[in-house]
Each structure stands twice: as C-alpha cells, then as structure tokens.
Design a protein around this ligand. Structure first.
Ligand SMILES: *[C@@H]1O[C@H](CO)[C@@H](O)[C@H](O)[C@H]1NC(C)=O
Ligand SMILES: *[C@@H]1O[C@H](CO)[C@@H](O)[C@H](O)[C@H]1NC(C)=O
Length: 348
C-alpha cells in the first residue's frame, strides 16, 4: 500500500465500521450521540487537518503541536465537554473514557493532573487548556470508549424538542397559556407532554424507563450524583409499571424523584419557553435581509401577529406549511382537516 493513501483508507475503513451500511445512522428521537473518533474526524474536516494525521491520533498519540491542540479544543466543543469560559465539563467527558475496574485512583489522579496542568499552563490559550485537560483524562482516567456516547444538547434544541412534542400531542392552547405563564397544572396532557419530552430527548425509554446516566450527563452544568444513587434507582424501580399508565408514571417520577435533581425543574423552564414560542409571545428574530444597503437598524419586526389579532386558524395553517386549494376552491390545509381536540373550533 502506498503510504500516501493509507491515511485516507484508514479513515474510510473506520467510518464504515462506525456507521454500517451506507454511512447514514438511523437516530431515534432527537438524541445526540457521537463517538470520540467521529468527533475527531468532523473537526479534522472543519479545521482542514490533513487526513494522514488520523493514523497517529487513532493510536492515541496526540503530539504537542498547535494543530493538534486546536483540534482537541474543537472535539471538546463538538461533544460539549469543553467550554472556553468554564473549562472541561467532567460530567460529559467522563462518558468518553472507560476506567479500569480495579483502578481506584483514576478520579483522584485526573483531578490532580487537571489542577497541575491548568495552573501551570498558559491559561490564556484555550486550545492549550482544552488539550491539556483531554490529556489528563487520557493518561489518568481510562481508555477512550470507541462507541458513540450520548452528549448534551444546547438549550435551543431542548426547546425545539419540547415544541415538537407540543405539536405531536396537540397540547390544548389553554394549557399552553398556563405553561407560558410558568404554571403547570396536573392534567393528563401535561403528564403525557413530559413523557414525550423525555422520550424525544433520549433520557427515557418506553421499555426500560429513565436513563439516569444520561440525565446526569445532560445536567453537566450542575453535576448531581444523586441521579446515580441506589436510592433514586429504588424509587424509580418502585414506580416502574405500577401505574398502568406511563404518562402518570413519568409524571410521578418527575414530581417526586427526579425533578429537583441536577438543573432543578429544568423541564418546566424548557416547556415554558416552548409554549411561549408556540403561542408566538416571543418575537421571532428574522434574519437580516441581504438587500439592505444602509446599515442602520430599524425597529425589530416580529413574524407573529399581535395577540389582539391572533388568528388561530391562520396560525394552524402557517404551522402546517402547506396550504392548498381544494377541488371546491377553498383554501385548506392538511392538518386542519382532522380536528379532534377540544380546541377544534379554532380551526377549520
Ligand atoms: C460556556 O459557558 C458559559 C457560562 O456558563 C455559557 O454562557 C456559554 O454559552 C458556554 N458556551 C458554550 C459554547 O457552550
Ligand atoms: C481521593 O482524594 C481524597 C482527598 O484528597 C481522599 O480523601 C480520597 O480517599 C481519595 N480517594 C481514593 C480512592 O484514594
């Protein structure tokens, strides 16, 4: 094999192994999962690091050069274990390493290493800090896990997931108004909306219930070991299947066991923001038009009508996105045809 092509071929072989068939991964719900090597390849493409370098990286050799350092910062941002302001996010990066089961010191050694490197290194260089943090984990914590690992979404994707669930379940407008004001009445729709949100964001499975390790990672900004405690496990286990109705099971687990852990009642904040979006109470910022010659900014416009002239019928069709003329000449919209909610009167 000619040395010139070996790097590229290795990359291709690894990509095949990871993705199977045609390289398209069939992702359930909106969950984000990625392997370290996939994130590394992404970043090699973004930063135009030559493909032949992959061979040394794949052999766990990350030499001390500027290109490699910024590559690892990119990987950290990509997988959300690095933040230039707050540094390494332990609850996320831990998932990408597998400690030796008999090693009792890996956590302490890693903390020690981070303390040393981050006080002695150049603290103004983010690439350097991200690189040294990664090396502390690589040298002290464990082996790199080859599989794709769950990693946290950013805030806007959580709101998007909640909005999707509101749409899927056709949550009544009356409830959305409550949510948007920060009230979460205990109603069947609220219970099922929470269940949908946990499912869509990949922290709950229909068959096995909550994934507390993912919840722990998700709330990496407030790492909370109680997610992983025996007590939490026992409480969730007790609720499991005891209700008959899974929406209720999820709701009780949230209310009594999980809600106050990590980012406390994070879901309610997300649902509040999502409800406000759906009700158009939050101005939607439109991208600036490219035709404007002057740079003076005029008043910000909103894409939504003011509340007084709020037209649910129109909104429903806008959301639907596909208005069409029916054979009878009436403008209609696919989703508006079937209206089974108590709020059907707002629609066609
Ligand atoms: C980094 O952390 C700060 C402070 O928590 C936050 O405001 C910022 O959005 C984070 N940046 C990224 C890229 O996540
Ligand atoms: C880790 O360090 C802490 C404090 O330095 C110590 O109390 C603890 O026993 C150490 N853990 C192990 C497993 O040695």
């Amino acid at each position: 094999m000619r040395p010139r092509s070996s790097g590229t071929m290795l990359l291709a072989a690894i990509a095949l192994c990871l993705a199977g068939c045609d390289g398209t991964v069939d992702v359930p719900h909106l969950t984000l999962a990625k392997s370290f090597s996939r994130a590394l390849q992404d970043c090699m493409e973004y930063l135009q690091v030559p493909g032949y370098r992959y061979a040394e990286y794949a052999g766990n050799s990350f030499p001390d050069d500027p290109e490699t350092k910024c590559l690892l910062r990119c990987v950290g941002l990509n997988l959300r274990w690095w933040n230039d302001t707050t540094g390494v996010q332990a609850a996320v990066i831990e998932g990408f390493f597998h400690p030796d089961p008999v090693d009792e010191q890996y956590d302490n050694r890693t903390s020690e290493c981070l303390r040393n490197e981050l006080t002695h290194g150049d603290t103004s260089d983010c690439c350097c800090l991200a690189y040294e943090s990664f090396r502390c984990y690589l040298k002290n914590y464990g082996n790199l896990v080859p599989c794709a690992q769950f990693f946290p979404e950013d805030e806007s994707r959580y709101v998007r997931a909640a909005q999707d669930c509101i749409e899927f379940l056709q949550t009544p407008v009356k409830l959305l108004k409550s949510y948007s004001a920060g009230h979460f009445p205990d109603a069947p729709e609220t219970r099922c909306l929470l269940r949908c949100f946990f499912l869509r964001t990949g922290v709950f499975y229909v068959d096995t219930g909550f994934d507390v390790e993912r919840l722990y990672t998700r709330d990496y900004e407030h790492p909370d070991d109680r997610y992983l405690s025996r007590e939490t496990e026992a409480k969730l286990h007790k609720l499991r299947g005891s209700m008959g109705d899974q929406c209720t099971e999820v709701y009780l687990a949230y209310r009594d066991v999980l809600g106050h852990l990590g980012k406390a009642y994070f879901e309610y904040d997300v649902l509040k923001a999502a409800a406000q979006q759906v009700l158009c109470e939050v101005p939607i910022e439109l991208p600036a038009t490219t035709t404007t010659a002057s740079t003076t900014t005029t008043s910000t416009t909103t894409a939504c009508p003011s509340k007084a002239e709020f037209n649910y019928k129109e909104l429903n069709c806008q959301n639907c996105g596909r208005m069409f003329i029916s054979p009878k000449g009436r403008i209609s919209c696919c989703r508006c045809m079937k209206s089974s909610t108590p709020f059907g009167k707002f629609f066609f």
